[in-house]
Design a protein around this ligand. Structure first.
Ligand SMILES: C[S@@+](CC[C@H](N)C(=O)[O-])C[C@H]1O[C@@H](n2cnc3c(N)ncnc32)[C@H](O)[C@@H]1O
Length: 342
């Protein structure tokens, strides 16, 4: 089996370029998918924003956490950097704050997803770094000694939650969340096909910062809404953006991987969604198909799924196989909107 990219974080230890950790040394993993190779670290904490990868740790370690701990410092901090440059810089900055003076920061990314830039970024923070390459990835490490603390603070500040105004709406959002500083055009088109009389119990599958939920919660007949996303930062923003509706509607927030988990017991009257269709850089329609299957399971008989997808994504067969009725409500600007009844 291929090693996952994150497991390359131990490559410099395997090549004897770094000494093995001693029994009392502690390591923090940031945004790293679990690998058996990490057992060379005797004491581990984990921060993981994306639930799919958090799940990969859950059976192996009890102390997976969902925010970078501010109180402890570590001998090693290991990061799998995200694709976005700003988020990578903020991850490296948080990681640096979590390191003991003299501790070691190790980061990995695929060459075509920022890997080639890691050394430059770490040097900008004040590290003198070393690096190695394997499997089209770059692994870079450096000791924390007299870092550029102002630069670190600045990257953390720039990537905090912030309020943005888009098309007359104010939303709390954060760099790194899908489409963090815009309204997704597909979602906007979907809203113009949602009926004004949505009622009962519903869900927003893959809520992002909460744009679709905000739209439907203006409707007075909704009793309860399940808000779901695998991205913890997105869910935290949605919680803030939707708080204004919480005295009238029961809103439940679920940090979950919808391809693996159904995080609530209710059977639903409706679901809205704009499903993801990428795994890393590659188009992967299996995620959207899984969202449709999970939506089908979560709906009441005759409950309704409304969703938008890019025009080229072939979801029609899945819809036809699962739902008793389905209808394409529109095809415009490269998107298609479906309504499907269970
Ligand atoms: C295309 S975005 C739509 C966001 C939002 N609904 C909007 O309209 O702006 C898809 C969302 O699905 C989330 N997502 C991706 N994979 C997921 C998974 N396996 N389980 C749950 N949510 C997931 C992403 O974090 C992202 O917020």
């Amino acid at each position: 089996m291929d090693r996952n990219i994150a497991s390359l974080l131990v490559y410099p230890f395997e090549k004897n370029r770094i000494e093995m950790p001693s029994a009392d040394q502690r390591a923090l993993f940031c945004d790293v998918e679990y690998s058996n190779d990490f057992h060379l670290f005797p004491k581990i904490n984990v921060w993981q924003n994306f639930k799919t990868y958090a799940n990969s740790w859950i059976n192996n370690y009890d102390d997976a956490v969902d925010a970078i701990p501010q109180t402890e410092t570590y001998d090693y901090v290991l990061c799998h950097l995200p694709k976005q440059k700003d988020l990578s810089l903020s991850t490296l900055s948080h990681a640096s704050q979590s390191l003991k003076e003299g501790g070691l920061l190790i980061a990995v990314a695929a060459n075509d997803a920022g890997g080639r830039k890691i050394e430059g970024w770490m040097e900008g923070l004040g590290y003198s770094s070393e690096s190695d390459s394997k499997s089209k990835c770059r692994i870079v490490w450096g000791i924390k000694e007299s870092l550029n603390l102002d630069v670190i603070e600045q990257y953390i500040e720039q990537n905090k939650q912030q309020t943005i105004e888009v098309a007359g709406y104010n939303f709390v959002t954060q760099p790194g969340i899908y489409g963090w500083n815009k309204i997704d055009r597909g979602s906007e088109i979907l809203t113009s096909y949602l009926p004004a009389n949505l009622s009962g119990i519903g869900a927003d599958f893959g809520c992002g910062y909460g744009y679709l939920s905000d739209h439907i919660l203006k409707n007075k007949n909704i009793k309860k809404l399940h808000i779901c996303d695998a991205d913890k930062m997105a869910l935290d923003c949605a919680r803030i953006n939707l708080d204004q509706y919480s005295d009238k509607v029961a809103i439940k927030y679920h940090w979950c991987d919808l391809t693996q988990e159904k995080p609530f017991q209710d059977l639903l009257d409706f679901i809205v969604m704009n499903p993801p269709f990428h795994a890393g850089k590659k188009t992967d329609i299996s995620i959207g198909i899984r969202f449709i299957e999970q939506a089908h399971k979560a709906l009441k008989p005759n409950g309704t799924l409304y969703f938008v997808a890019n025009k080229h994504l072939p979801y029609e067969n899945t819809l036809q196989n699962l739902f008793s009725k389905n209808e394409k409500l529109c095809e415009e600007e490269g998107y298609k909107v479906f309504k499907a009844n269970r």
